[in-house]
Design a binder for this molecule. Sequence first.
Ligand code: N01
Length: 577
Amino acid sequence: MNSEAIRPAEQTKFDAVIVGAGFAGMYMLHCLQKLGLSARVYETGGDVGGTWYWNRYPGARCDVESMQYSYSFDADLDQEWRWSQRYSPQPEILAYANHVADRFDLRRDIRFDTRVTAATFDEGANHWLVETDQGDRVSAQFCIMAVGCLSAANTPPFDGMKDFEGSIYHTGHWPHEGVDFTGQQIGIIGTGSSAIQSIPIIAKQAKTLTVFQRTPNYAVPAWNGPMDKNYEAEIKADYPGFRAKARARPTGFYFPFNAKPTLDASPDEREKKYEEFWARGGLPFLGAFGDLLFEKEANDTVAEFARRKIRSVVDDPVIADLLCPDNIFGCKRLCVDSNYYEVYNEPHVKLVDVSKRPIERFTKTGVIANSIEYELDAVVCATGFAAMTGSFDKIKIIGREGLTLSKKWEAGPRTYLGLSTVGFPNFFMITGPGSPSVLANMIPSIEQHVDWMVDCISHMRDVGADTIEPTLSYEDDWVDHVNAVSEISLRSTCSSWYVGANIPGRPRVFMPYIGGFPVYVTKCNEVMTNGYEGFVLKGAEDTNKLPRVRWTDRWQVELDIEVMSPAAIAAGRVPVI
Ligand code: N01
């Protein structure tokens, strides 16, 4: 008997299809399995981990402390997993993802090496038809996007790229076997977080390293090191309590925060505060004062402090000047570095300013910028991502009446709570545009969204509803609110990937919700307890049944009024770092 004959027929009908097996898709799958629903996950990569599967470039690590960048849904998992460093490196985060996949037996429902190409809502049957590049055609009541916010790599189409005889890499698609740059002449394009992490390590191997910089970025030292065992034990002694404190903070992770206004402090006091927070390092540096991202004059003081730090490290004043940003501090995502600026004191590292004249072209043997040809054996594109919506654009998503998501979002994404969008029933987005997502600790953001969705799906089962879809007026109001809050923050003022400005031709819209994680969570809770306010549930037999808050129960967050006063919340001035 041949093996084909005994292989069970592939299931083609599911309760839910999940797109992506990163931290979002994995947790969604785990919850649906627990609920006893059938789910199929499709994942383009060869294994779990999402961002941490793809971004294997040298030096890749998270900019949220490891004790806080992990799932919180399972108390035993919290206790048993041990991080080796304060900010653990990519291989360890990927090992954690693999551990979770094994521990909760997730892989049985995941199809790897399979890209979803299309998802079409069938209005007659009230289900989604999902197609893949491997020939799958399956249907499901729910289509759940767990595609990540920074997954669609952006490689600018430089002239002559095809002629280049060396190797070209993108940090977001790094070869699994690693790359040995020993003795080579390397070019790197970009100076965002990925570049800032990888440059010091590539510089150690390369014979020469040429950095092509279009916009300098601010970076604060990570002061990474081995995990402090006492700190770990202290947190593990009351992990739920620590998680609850973190959830109450504007960004969903905990660190000391000084809510006072910058200019209330004298120049000496300010300097002391900046030094104190610099010594802690990382993103929490932005917690030195409460208004740094609201008041330009306040921001000028921190920007100048950071520029002085750069000048104190970089020996050559001309290079130091080129490395000093002149825009709002923290407007683009703040970078967290380990020996980044120091590298420019090395004689084999060169900084090329391409801010006034873009890179001209690749040649067979290198790259031409400012009319000079730089001979290179390999080029690393640390050129970022089509953020927030890029992964949606890659899939042909068709909702009611033939409306495609790309058409609907032509002028920028429109969602209700970043969870769902009008015209696309039973279509959920985990950390979609319009939710805190990239402006909050990613894993709690994922968990809160998934828990909300699982309660919602359970409620639909309870009342016999076929579909759920937001109403246009609630979606419009939410989009207006997301835009209004973003305009209060200085963050909306620069050309960052938050507004899609890193890629020519994308609409300029501030995509994540900057009103604060606990404020957002409270809103989601209210929407649920008000009977899914702003949504229409079709086909429900029992329209009076109140939603049961089960999974979402753990998200009854307190608002940390030490950091966010009710007045600040009302004014949209929640200090999201
Ligand atoms: O990408 P980026 P990234 N010619 O978009 C430049 C997260 N992350 O991968 O600023 C020349 O920030 C571009 O220049 P400009 C984190 O949220 C986290 O580094 O557009 N240069 C910029 O310098 C982060 O913010 C971690 O003028 C060109 C760079 O390429 C996000 O991912 C680590 C160019 C792209 O920077 C994205 O970071 C890594 C061109 N044509 C990433 N096109 C941690 O957890 C683009 N550039 C620490």
